[in-house]
Design a protein around this ligand. Structure first.
Ligand code: ADE
Length: 248
């Protein structure tokens, strides 16, 4: 899969993909990430990428011409998808990350907080994407987040495919708790079930903990999930236990 990021600050992203799992995936040839300087698609002496807003107002607005030209040059695969990164966009989710990982090319345009000429959103891109309800100074941190989250779904990028399946959000639940050595640290103990050697029991415990965490921390995602009968039973138990603890 190929990722293309269009930005006026390529230096922000220059080290983003040069370590860890993403770097290994690039070396293995599983993905390619190209960061493009928007100024390279201008034709004037000052390499101007922005201009004052029509109608007046604060700040500068990114001009449409270099963005259109960049996308037209960069887009090479028929199934390529193009997104403008902005706080007005559709919320980026794990499910969208999984879908985007099936494409040959993802092109991300980093906006600036003052704005991007609306013709980009209206006529050039497949949509606008936001990573959350807050305003960044530009789309660069969002591009990093999206490339990272999509890359994890490309087969071979994460060593064990099972890790992706067990991750938070994949099954509509948060991840279960993890522990490593030491068995006891400052009086804090690792749950004994994890030493039982009983894999069935450990699996059930993990499922219950994942449900419990999701119920406590993200009831909104739990409400959207279709629960199996075992999950419903576990959740009833968890809720009853929570009520008992409250009345103690
Ligand atoms: N640009 C500015 N804020 C953003 C956000 N929340 N998500 C994506 N791009 C952005």
């Amino acid at each position: 899969m190929r990722f293309d990021i269009i930005t006026i600050f390529p230096e922000i992203l220059s080290s983003a993909f040069s370590a860890g799992i993403i770097k290994k995936a690039i070396e293995k040839g599983l993905l390619e990430i190209k960061v493009h300087n928007l100024r390279d698609y201008t034709h004037d002496k000052h390499r101007q990428v922005d201009d004052r807003p029509y109608g007046g107002g604060e700040g500068m607005v990114l001009k449409p011409e270099p963005i259109f030209e960049a996308v037209e040059k960069i887009k090479i695969y028929p199934d390529a998808v193009v997104y403008l990164l902005s706080p007005q966009g559709k919320r980026f989710t794990s499910e969208l990350a999984r879908q985007l990982a099936t494409k040959s090319q993802l092109i991300l345009i980093c906006g600036r907080y003052e704005g991007v000429d609306e013709r980009v959103a209206q006529y050039l891109v497949d949509g606008e994407l936001s990573i959350g309800d807050y305003v960044l100074t530009g789309g660069e941190p969002a591009a990093w987040v999206i490339v990272d989250a999509v890359a994890r779904f490309i087969p071979g990028v994460v060593g064990k495919p099972q890790s992706v399946i067990h991750d938070s959000f994949f099954n509509g639940l948060l991840d279960y708790p993890h522990y490593t050595r030491p068995r006891e640290f400052r009086g804090m103990k690792v749950p004994s079930v994890l030493f039982s050697g009983d894999h069935e029991k450990i699996l059930r415990w993990r499922k219950r903990k994942a449900l419990e965490k999701t119920w406590r921390l993200r009831p909104d995602i739990l409400a959207q999930k279709e629960l199996s009968s075992e999950e419903k039973r576990l959740l009833d138990d968890i809720i009853k236990e929570g009520e008992r603890n409250e009345s103690d």
